[in-house]
Design a protein around this ligand. Structure first.
Ligand SMILES: [Fe+2]
Length: 491
């Protein structure tokens, strides 16, 4: 392995840090590397051509008050595959907020665990305001460039997908909705090259939906009026429709008026779904009602006759009771564990002819963070690749390949002390089947104090990785990821 250190950030974290999401498998990285000739166990497939990107909440400074695992600064880890070889880079996303904090030498904005009034700066980003847009939640590739995003709405940062250099903020030719920003989980339709997005906020109409063309022009932006401020995290699409959601877990309106942002679940209210033609107007939204829940992530959606079919992870326990025992931080962040939210793969069917909703569980297993072959995004599909969680923790201990036609589930377990990442699927060129391709996952191995990128044969995950690529340093566990085939990248 040939490693070059290209950047080094001075850590402002306490030397004796005891925060469970800044230590152990969540210990942040502050060195930026370029690495080539990586050591490989097994063989990298020669037909794997493209890049695997993963975003990470990777804090530089100690928090104002309590640190929440979603507050960390964005760091992108990337492996580029070409001709049976791999190269690795990692870079901080050069956000405006991080630059201001570097100039000040300390955190300037309070995070999710503290009221906005504790921020040192009067300005900021996020649906609740006065937060730092850390751009550390999600990453997609659209129009040949990588875009990072923030779960509470903010800018989209444009990164060169090969060098990870931050090129600045997306403008869409001056039409970017800068006041409200854009939520994490914009969706890219691999067939049209369009990017579909939404945002949300605390003022009416509370949500918007938009479309950006494959030529990177904002071509559609409409209001999705909601009854009040909501906390949608993800959206879905089919060939002809976009699907937005109004889950009954939201900030207490009385609290918002006092500057306190406390999310509460309302089991007396339905979950509502907005189905809108992809270029439709607000007046064309069809609303459907379903059992109350909160859904962090959708898996996919497609059309089936009169029905729009939507798959996602139904939380049986959207507001987990505080955990007994453990440290105060462990009790505090118990709700981030997949077993605490009790998330199960679930299917909703919205009948456009009758207005009826049908829904059912697809699995008894607790899973989340599902990925699919992107060629099947918005279209009928058979396989989802989901993550299982270490009980009590926001850490991934295994991958489940879920066959949605037969119901069969196969699993790869990383083993004690070894944690994977959200695992995207890279179809082979000229793939003969939906699962003809590879799965990619960055792995943090606490036993061996190292990180690797695992490559699986998507048709046989139980076999274990066919290639394990060593990284220069043990990297922090992280958040969303994507695969971008080489031919989709800007030259
Ligand atoms: Fe997410």
């Amino acid at each position: 392995m040939h490693v070059e250190v290209v950047g080094r950030f001075l850590s402002g974290l306490p030397p004796d840090d005891d925060h469970p999401y800044r230590t152990g498998a969540w210990r942040p990285n502050h060195v930026e590397y370029d690495a080539v000739d990586l050591d490989v166990v097994g063989e990298i497939p020669h037909d794997l051509e493209g890049i695997y990107l993963r975003n990470t909440e990777n804090p530089v400074y100690d928090a104002i008050g309590r640190y929440h695992p979603f507050d960390g600064d964005g760091m992108v880890h990337m492996i580029r595959f070409h001709d049976g070889r791999a190269e690795y880079r990692n870079r901080f996303v050069r956000t405006v907020g991080l630059a201001e904090e570097q100039a000040a030498g300390e955190a300037l904005w309070a995070g999710l665990m503290e009221p906005p009034a504790r921020s040192l700066r009067p300005d900021g980003w996020g649906a609740r305001g006065r937060m730092k847009d850390a751009s550390s939640t999600d990453i997609v590739v659209h129009a040949g460039r990588a875009l990072t995003s923030f779960y509470q709405c903010g800018d989209l940062y444009v990164l060169d997908p090969r060098t990870l250099e931050t090129r600045g903020r997306e403008t869409w030719g001056g039409r970017f909705p800068a006041a409200l920003g854009v939520s994490a989980h914009p969706k890219v339709d691999a067939h049209t090259g369009e990017l579909l997005f939404f945002n949300y906020g605390t003022d009416a109409p509370y949500m918007h939906y938009g479309v950006v063309s494959s030529a990177n022009e904002l071509v559609h932006y409409v209001e999705i009026p909601l009854p009040g401020a909501r906390l949608p995290h993800d959206m879905a699409f089919t060939e002809h429709y976009a699907i937005l959601n109004d889950c009954p877990l939201f900030w207490d309106p009385d609290g918002i008026a006092k500057g306190v942002y406390a999310a509460r679940f309302h089991p007396e209210l339905p979950t509502r779904f907005a189905v809108i033609p992809r270029r439709g107007q607000s007046s064309e939204v069809r609303w459907f009602e379903a059992e109350p829940t909160y859904v962090l992530h959708w898996i996919n959606a497609y059309e089936d006759g009169d029905e729009v079919v939507l798959d996602g992870f139904f939380q049986r326990c959207p507001a987990p009771a505080p955990r007994r025992g453990g440290t105060p931080y462990e009790r505090m962040f118990h709700y981030l564990a997949l077993d605490a939210m009790d998330a199960r793969a679930h299917r909703w069917r919205f009948n456009l002819a009758t207005g009826a909703t049908k829904e059912e569980d697809l699995s008894d297993r607790v899973m989340e963070f599902g990925m699919i072959n992107a060629q099947h995004g918005g279209r009928p599909y058979r396989y989802a690749y989901n993550m299982t969680g270490k009980p009590g923790w926001f850490l991934f201990d295994g991958i489940v390949k879920h066959d949605l036609v037969s119901g069969r589930e196969t699993r790869y377990a990383f083993g004690d002390g070894i944690y994977g990442s959200e695992t995207p699927m890279a179809p082979r060129p000229n793939a003969r089947a939906e699962d003809d391709g590879y799965l990619l996952s960055f792995v943090t191995d606490m036993n061996a104090d190292r990180s690797e990128c695992f490559v699986f044969d998507a048709s046989d995950i139980e076999h274990g990785p066919i290639a394990r690529i060593r990284l220069p340093e043990r990297i922090s566990s992280g958040t969303h990821s994507c695969w971008a085939p080489a031919h989709t990248l800007q030259p």
